[in-house]
Design a protein around this ligand. Structure first.
Ligand SMILES: NC(=O)c1ccc[n+]([C@@H]2O[C@H](COP(=O)([O-])OP(=O)(O)OC[C@H]3O[C@@H](n4cnc5c(N)ncnc54)[C@H](OP(=O)(O)O)[C@@H]3O)[C@@H](O)[C@H]2O)c1
Length: 278
């Protein structure tokens, strides 16, 4: 795809990995970033311009379909839409808000952008934590029909009524909602492969391990140090490393890549699931 004639879009492009992804995409042509907070948005556009990018910003809440539709309309006024990256997500706050943004928001992004996708790619951000969540048969049956009118209420209830595995209870109900929401993103991305394929387009998700962003820095220094020790390199990922990973996957030659979740985690998943050789 010739990205100089299209606008590439990053939802949640005002902070952390989303901003790094926007700066990297901006080397190819115009980029539009979206987020809720106006100050963060203005700072992100300034950072894009400072990096020499033709950067645009528009306020957007992905959990609100009307807000997202206005965002899409603005994007089309810049240029035809190219690749779309959805890095917007939250891991704190009320469980319902987490579900609304990470689950309903991801559905909204796909539904709002799909009509404009053609010969391009939509990338969702999931999380390595999604692999630690096992959806029930009831959840899977609901996830199979995400455009049902009562999907949000029923899927949220099905997840949050479940008994918390005692081994995970210390992480609290919000964290379990978060990891369930990220499992959903993986599932939903996979379930959209055919819809995108019919438009000669791709969809995949990236699953970050632990990256040094404002989201991760909400934890104490002690917790962050412990997280870093849980990787093969003893350090957090840098947002630019995730951005570079995505850019390389979007390069020509990878058009057969779709419907999958790709882990970038410095060995965190391997270390957590397989006994390491000394
Ligand atoms: N950092 C990690 O180690 C890690 C690990 C696994 C997965 N992830 C996932 O990777 C993605 C990026 O994370 P990050 O660490 O870079 O986070 P971050 O620095 O907190 O950035 C999150 C971005 O999402 C935006 N956002 C949140 N809710 C939104 C909404 N409703 N509508 C539009 N934008 C919204 C935020 O802007 P506003 O708040 O202004 O809206 C911000 O731009 C997230 O989906 C996260 O769950 C991160």
């Amino acid at each position: 795809m010739n990205c100089s004639e299209k606008v590439q879009v990053v939802l949640g492009g005002t902070s952390g990995m989303g901003l790094a992804t926007a700066i990297a995409l901006g080397k190819q042509g115009p980029v539009l970033v979206g987020g809720r907070n106006e100050k963060r948005l203005a700072d992100a556009v300034a950072a894009l311009k400072e990096a020499g990018v033709e950067g645009y910003g528009k306020q957007c809440d992905i959990s609100d379909r009307a807000s997202l539709d206005a965002f899409v309309e603005y994007a089309t006024s810049i240029a035809p839409i190219g690749n779309v990256v959805n890095a917007a997500g939250v891991d704190t706050g009320a469980s319902e808000l987490i579900w609304k943004i990470n689950v309903q928001g991801t559905i909204n992004v796909v539904e709002a952008f799909l009509p404009y996708i053609g010969g391009s790619c939509l990338v969702n951000y999931s999380s390595i934590t999604g692999y630690y969540y096992q959806p029930s048969q009831e959840e899977l049956a609901l996830w199979a029909n995400p455009t049902a009118p009562d999907f949000f209420e029923k899927s949220f209830e099905a997840t949050t009524k479940k008994e918390i595995d005692p081994r995970m209870a210390f992480m609290g109900p919000q964290f379990l909602t978060y990891i369930a929401s990220k499992r959903f993103v993986q599932y939903y991305t996979a379930a959209n492969a055919l819809r995108f394929g019919k438009k000669n387009s791709q969809i995949f998700s990236v699953a970050p391990g632990s990256f040094d962003t404002p989201m991760l820095r909400e934890s104490s220094d002690e917790v962050v140090a412990g997280i870093a020790r849980g990787t093969a390199f003893g350090r957090l990922g840098r947002p630019e490393e995730m951005a570079d990973f995505i850019i390389k996957l979007l390069e020509p030659g990878h058009e057969y890549l779709t419907g999958v979740d790709l882990i970038l985690d410095g060995g965190k998943h391997a270390m957590g699931t397989v006994k390491q050789y000394e």
